[in-house]
Design a protein around this ligand. Structure first.
Ligand code: ADP
Ligand code: CIR
Length: 353
């Protein structure tokens, strides 16, 4: 059961959230009733509510503030997760995520054939190995096992995805920073992940795999067990998407990923459930972004999310914004791509008209 000491810490965290001016979805949905209903419950692996809400309580500037300690947390703490998931993805309590359908990449187009607006295009997805919990419950040995299993599968990739695995702890700080600056590697010391208990044993078990052209990359044991990334300069979404689709098909033959009938592929953060796909462009829209509020409003109209140049929680540099699909759950992979593609085309049209 949940110990008295943990209950006290949980109350303190809840208090911290309540006395803050946080705009997070956690604050919106974790009221006293929900808190009291869930505070003494544990997942079968022994995780409690504090493991899920800690990051949002300690970081009032969170957008979301909630993480799943392990795959079972989504069901065990559903009174909190369900409304938050519905708010973010528009996915109802009674809804069921559709079967995977990547569609035909040839039905997508180059978003900016003249190369006037789109600097680069990236599509990523996340996967968790079935039978392992998420960050807060992973032991050091499990981190190393996951790293071993996933890097071995990646090293067997052929063709364009053929590449090398670089463990984080063998990288020099300069090499690491260069990869971060070039948008290839996850950042170091993310405080949202740190308070979510996602950075224990760092840098052990963490690393990056990539091909020589750095058009296919994989992050091991950062926020999720693995993030698969396809990216390149310019706006050829079709090429970027096809590359990711081919890699996922290969990995599906080698590894078993955690998937729920209702929520699709399972991830540490509830914003990534379902398809887990974030398809983004780095884009310059000087006229539209002169008024950031106008840009955000236009993006929201097309279910798009605006981030800064260095990703989540960063600012825009040289007027370059990261714009991507917001929803990942309750639609197919292809629909997520189409939503992003249609929205970006509409924003470009607004910019030029
Ligand atoms: P994630 O996409 O994995 O949720 P972030 O928002 O932190 O996480 O982004 C990770 C990195 O990917 C950041 O360096 C970000 O600038 C980079 N990135 C995202 N979209 C693009 C893009 N279209 N082109 C180049 N880099 C991108
Ligand atoms: C926040 O709430 O702002 C952070 N915990 C990040 C949430 C969404 N980000 C993500 O999916 N990576």
């Amino acid at each position: 059961h949940v110990t008295q000491e943990t209950l006290m810490k949980m109350e303190e965290a809840f208090d911290q959230l309540n006395t803050s001016t946080s705009q997070s979805l956690l604050k919106k949905y974790l009221n006293r009733f929900v808190f009291d209903t869930l505070k003494e419950i544990q997942t079968p692996l022994g995780a409690n509510l504090l493991d899920c809400i800690q990051s949002g309580c300690e970081n009032p500037d969170s957008g979301i503030g909630l993480y799943a300690s392990d795959p079972d947390a989504y069901a065990v703490f559903n009174e909190l997760f369900d409304p938050l998931i519905e708010d973010y993805h528009g996915f109802k309590r009674s809804a069921k995520h559709p079967k995977s359908n990547w569609g035909n990449p040839n039905d997508l187009k180059n978003l900016d054939p003249e190369g006037k607006y789109v600097v680069s295009t990236r599509v990523r997805c996340g996967r968790s190995l079935d039978t392992y919990p998420f960050n807060p419950l992973l032991t050091e040995a499990q981190y190393l096992e996951i790293e071993q299993k996933i890097s071995t599968a990646l090293k067997s990739m052929q063709g364009e995805a053929k590449g090398t695995y670089y463990p984080l702890k063998l990288m020099t700080p300069v090499e690491q920073q260069k990869l971060i600056d070039d948008h290839f590697l996850f950042k170091e010391g993310d405080r949202f992940l740190q308070s979510a208990q996602a950075c224990r044993f760092w840098p052990d078990g963490r690393g990056i795999f990539y091909n020589p052209k750095k058009t296919f990359l994989a992050w091991i044991n950062e926020e999720d067990h693995v993030r698969l990334i396809s990216m390149q300069a310019g706006g050829d979404l079709r090429e970027v998407y096809k590359r990711l689709m081919d890699v996922v098909a290969e990995l599906d033959k080698l590894l078993v990923f955690a998937r729920s009938d209702r929520l699709g592929y399972l991830t540490f953060c509830p914003t990534n459930l379902g398809t887990t796909i974030r398809a983004s462009v780095h884009i310059k829209l000087p006229k539209l972004s002169a008024d950031k509020e106008k840009l955000d409003k236009a993006a929201a109209k097309y279910n798009l999310q605006v981030r800064g140049t260095s990703g989540e929680h960063s600012a825009a540099k040289d007027n370059v914004y990261d714009i991507s699909n917001k929803r990942r759950l309750g639609l197919t992979e292809f629909q997520a791509l189409k939503e992003m593609s249609d929205g970006i085309s509409a924003l470009i049209k607004m910019e030029t008209s």
